[in-house]
Design a protein around this ligand. Structure first.
Ligand SMILES: Nc1ncnc2c1ncn2[C@@H]1O[C@H](COP(=O)(O)OP(=O)(O)OP(=O)(O)O)[C@@H](O)[C@H]1O
Length: 246
């Protein structure tokens, strides 16, 4: 039996992207199931962000193709936009707006009313900060606001690029709880991370990337037992012969 492309939330076929001399993505093929929590794991420069941007339809691949919910992501596909949520870096907020103004502005782009937008602030524990401008939020609050903005239109598939980078341990754990809840509600979640513990805590499956290639895809525990090692760090060492460095 052949499984049709839309049985998967995401399917990417032989993606390649080169920047000058750098082959950033070098033949990436992967599939993410509906409802899955999927991690793209690898050191700095492995090609995680470029892979995700191609899948999201933000970047044109040199070769290959990506589909989300059975729809091609490139050229930019307007049928898909309401169905996916892409976390922007905090630096991509509209300038000089309060948290409430940010989320309402994002909401209005999708026809979401102020009341529902404000409810998302509440869900992300930001009600007390509603009147604070984005540049005066803490790192953790700004990260939560950026994820809240990506979710304001209740998308089915959510993409997060290193969502906990720069957060202290407590803020990271709080965000992990929020991300688990988003997934439990049935959303497909894809995140990139270079934190092995994050991938192990959150992801149903991880794609381990290095030098633009996917080396292996499986559940974290399955990779650990298959390779006879103690941790995901050791999985990376065993696959590449190199220590994993953040
Ligand atoms: N716009 C660009 N122009 C030129 N080179 C780029 C560009 N974007 C990424 N690269 C290069 O492509 C390679 C892959 O980068 P990418 O950001 O996809 O990796 P990453 O795994 O997400 O890394 P990080 O964890 O540091 O974000 C790197 O060598 C990077 O320097």
């Amino acid at each position: 039996m052949t499984i049709s492309a839309d049985a998967f939330a995401i399917s990417a076929e032989n993606l390649r992207k080169r920047y000058g001399d750098v082959q950033a993505v070098d033949g990436v093929t992967l599939q993410v199931k509906r409802g899955e929590f999927y991690g793209i794991l690898g050191p700095n420069g492995a090609g995680k962000t470029t892979t995700m941007e191609i899948i999201e339809g933000l970047r044109e691949p040199d070769e290959g193709s990506a589909h989300i919910l059975g729809e091609s992501s490139w050229p930019r596909n307007h049928r898909l936009l309401p169905r996916i949520g892409v976390q922007l870096q905090a630096s991509a907020f509209f300038e000089r707006l309060t948290a409430r103004e940010q989320i309402r502005t994002f909401g209005s782009l999708y026809g979401i009313g102020a009341k529902d937008a404000d409810a998302m602030l509440d869900r992300f524990g930001l009600t007390e900060k509603a009147g604070v401008r984005d540049d005066q939020l803490s790192g953790g609050q700004a990260q939560r606001l950026s994820i809240a903005c990506a979710l304001v239109h209740d998308p089915e598939v959510v993409f997060l690029d290193e969502p906990t980078t720069g957060l202290d341990p407590q803020a990271r754990r709080n965000l992990w709880d929020l991300l688990r809840d988003l997934n439990k509600e049935g959303r497909t979640v894809v995140l990139t991370t270079h934190y092995m513990d994050e991938a192990q805590q959150l992801c149903d499956r991880v794609a381990v990337m290095d030098h633009g290639k996917v080396l292996r895809v499986d559940a974290p525990d399955a990779l650990i037992s298959e390779l006879g090692v103690d941790s995901l760090e050791d999985v990376f060492l065993s696959l590449t012969g190199r220590e994993f460095r953040e």
